[in-house]
Structures are given as structure tokens and as C-alpha cells.
Design a protein around this ligand. Sequence first.
Ligand code: N01
Length: 507
Amino acid sequence: RRTDRQIDSIQTPTQKADYHVIVIGAGFSGINAGIRLKQARITDFVILERADDVGGTWRDNTYPGCACDVPSVVYSYSFAQRPDWSRSFAGNREIHQYIRHCVEKYDLMPWLRFGANVQQAVFDARVGLWRLTLEGGSQLTARAVVSAVGGLVNPAYPAIPGLETFKGQQFHTARWRHDVDLRNKRVAVIGTGASAIQVIPAIQPTVSQLNVFQRTPAWVLPKPDFTVAARTRRLFARLPVLQRAVRNGIFAASEAIFGPLVIVDSPASRLLERAAGAYLKGQIQNPALRRKLTPAFHIGCKRVLLSNDYFPALARENVDVITDAIVRVTPQGVVTADGTTHEVDVIVLATGFRLDIGNAPFEVRGLEGVSLSDAWKARGSKAYLGMAVSGFPNWFLMLGPNTGPGHTSVLVYTESQASYITQALKTLFERNLRYLNVRQCEQDAWHDALQARMRHTSWTSGCRSWYLDANGENHALFPGLASEYVLRAKTFRPEKYDFTVFAPVTT
Ligand code: N01
């Protein structure tokens, strides 16, 4: 048995063309997959990243105030705890640094290929190989692909008439323009979701006027965010078991407190709704503003937001919360349904992302040339355990359909998936199979059971959110506790798959 040090010393040239495994994406999921593959001694792999750095969403989102709304000890790999988080809820820079630190710690750099933008992936069933084409024309092959491309990557730009005619600066929160000086500017923020509630308090003291365009108010709860004392950090460094206990405690609490939010109108969710209502009342004294900020849907239907400084920022004199619908944008500003033109210098689009759960932003063709997008358009986004799609052998998704968390850390899911996929790949290679193709009946049974449960969840209880597709179906989140998912995906069960062994190739 080789030691970790020996495994780490195996170097893989990233410029070669043929691999056992190609991982696409170097965010939290892809890096997790890389670490697991090395630990399983599957070293003939590469992680392709279209950008020039690791970090995924934590590389791309750099807006002022950007931080995680999940506690740092849970929003980090369970196997790579960092004892010295500066805050209980880390900011984006610290999380990005953490991902880079993990790349160093697990010596993944030699396995990373940057600027590698996949354009197409086609399965060649005859030889059991995925053939990938990169931007620029390079061709790569792999026996298996782990698609870790992320779900909330591509900004959603609103279709507001005249937006392009605006003469000031405009940009999306996920593409923050740090060269635009907001000091003493009149700024419009469109949207009041998780990104907006972090940006608004961060820029409010700087700008002269802030117009917040709110279409739907969100339920907000206080965030137990604090600086971690140096003494606590030293204690965690000396006693990792203590930090693990804290982590497990927070995870269990999030399952217990927020998990019942999954079930529509449960006693626990009614209690939380009352707590959020009381919090709003305590924070906003002005009754008219409070009315504007009171949601008209059950808590949990949209993401519950955590913030200590959002409501106080909205109550400041230089902030207006505008609830009249936006009808168009002119060169001068934003026009609302009441006929007012709100003149501004800068428009910040905090309008969220185009959900691409599990679907790669490039063409994927499986058995008989079927395209993944077409298959999902025709039959809905289905994947067994959110990872394996029938007809797309040896193609594994991370954070695929219905494996997003509604209430806890997404990393609980990615860790579980990295482990499952590694088990599947070991089976593939050790038995020298041509391919593993999940059985259609298993995929359908998994999907149908989840969708049946989905009907009783808060997410389908009558609000608009990015969780729902055009048909009102939720293919984004897992309708249960994270611990249930972890249990279900714990062991790779070959009987769920059709095996195809290598047969002599006839020409
Ligand atoms: O995006 P959102 P987000 N006119 O879709 C409004 C993760 N995240 O970037 O609610 C006017 O939630 C839209 O209005 P409505 C997290 O998973 C995590 O804020 O649809 N308004 C809404 O208010 C989160 O859930 C962290 O009526 C328009 C807002 O824009 C996900 O990312 C931090 C509009 C979009 O809200 C997305 O969050 C940040 C239009 N045409 C984000 N179009 C963490 O801390 C949209 N809106 C981990």
C-alpha cells in the first residue's frame, strides 16, 4: 500500500491527449473529485478548467460583501478542516484561498489544465471512449468523464426593454466591475436575492443614493456571524477533534432546524416564519417599508436569507425600496409602472443565474448520438442519484439534477458524490469494462420518487424561484435531509447499471 506522499509524487503530464478520466471544472466539486481520484490511486486523469484559476463560483463572484451564508466549518471539506477561519461565515476571498490551499495540500496542480474550454463531448461506444473537443480544436479522450461544471455559473440578464440604451455603467453581481467607482454615485440594484442582500449593505455607505428594485421580498433571519477568537483558532489547531465536533453539531442543527423547511407548512416552518416576522418588525420601524418587505409566501419556498445588516441598510436615508414593476430602462435610468424615471449613474444587476444544473454548457452526445440537452428537454432533467444518466455511459455529474441543498452546505453533497463516482470508476477499471450505463428503470424510479415528494415541499408552494423550471418542476434541490442523500449515495451498487464488456472491435 503506497503512502499518501508516494501517491502525491506521481506526476501526470497535463498536455497529453488520452486519459482514464477527465474532470471538467476546478471549483469545489472538481477539486473534490481530483482529491478522491488520487486517493483511490486513479492517477491518469486531468482536471480541465476554462478559466486561469481554480475556485469556480468563489473565483467569479467578487462583489462587495460577498460571503458564504453557510458556516465556514461546514462550508469546507470534512477531510480538510481549516482551524483558522477568521469568521464564523467566511468571505469570498478566504474561501477562494481555501480552495487554492486544498489544491496545494493535495498536490493537484500537476493535474490541472487551465484555459481548457470544452466545446463538445461525444461517446464512441465502439471503443468505450469519450472524445472531447476543446476550444481551439484540441482533441482529448477519456474512458470516463466527471462533469463538475456547477449549476449557478452563467449570469441571468433580465429582459428589460431598453437596458442596452442605458448611458451609465451596468454590470451583474457575478461580473463585478471593480474599476467602476461607486463613491457618491446614484446606484440602482435590481433584485433582492442572496447576492443583493450582501451587496446592498456593503455599498450603501459609499453611494449617494441607492434605489433597490424589489420584485419579491425574501424571508430574512439574523446571521450568527462573528470574528473567530484567536484562542478558538489555536484550540481548533491543537484539537481537530473539537472542531469536528463543532462541525457535526452545526450540521445536525441545520438538518434539524432548516430541514423541516422542506415540508410545506410544517410546525417548525411556521415557527421559523414567526421568528423571521419578528426579526423584520424589530429591524424596520417604518410601517410602510415593513409592509413592502413582508413576503407573501411561506418561508422556505425561496431561499431563506441570513443577514444582520440588510434591513438596517434599507432603513437608511439614502436608500429607497421600489416595488413598482420595472417597465423599461432609458439612457438616464429605470422607469417603473407608476411612470417615474429613477435617474441613476450605475445599474447593478443582482438578478441571479441561469440554472444549468448538471447540464454542461457544451454539447454532450451519448449512445446513438443522442444529445443530453435534447434528452432532458424531451423527458425532464433526470439522473440516477443526480449523477448518472441513462444513455450517457461513463459520464458522471456532480451536483446534477435534484442534488442541490435547500438548507445546508452543498459540500456535503459533493463529498458524497466524489466518493460514489470514484467507487464507480474503480469498478469500471478493475473489471476492465467498456462502459457502465445506468438502467433506465432505476433512473426513472429515482426521479419519479423525488418528484412525488417534491409536491409536498415548500419549494412548490406558490412562489417564483430559480429552483423551478418553466413547467414549475423542481429539478434543482433534493427533497429531503442531506444525511438521507449521503446514505443513499454511500455505496456504488453495480446492479443498478448495465455493464458492457470490451468485445473484439470489427471493422
Ligand atoms: O439570485 P436570485 P442570487 N426584474 O435568483 C430578481 C446562491 N448564492 O444571485 O424573486 C426585477 O436568488 C429576482 O426577483 P424574484 C444561492 O444558492 C449563494 O441572489 O424572481 N427583478 C430576485 O430578487 C442563491 O439562491 C450565496 O421576483 C428581477 C433576484 O433578482 C443563488 O446563488 C450568495 C428580474 C435574483 O435572485 C442565487 O442568488 C449569493 C427582473 N427582470 C448567492 N429578474 C451564499 O452565500 C430577476 N429579478 C452561499
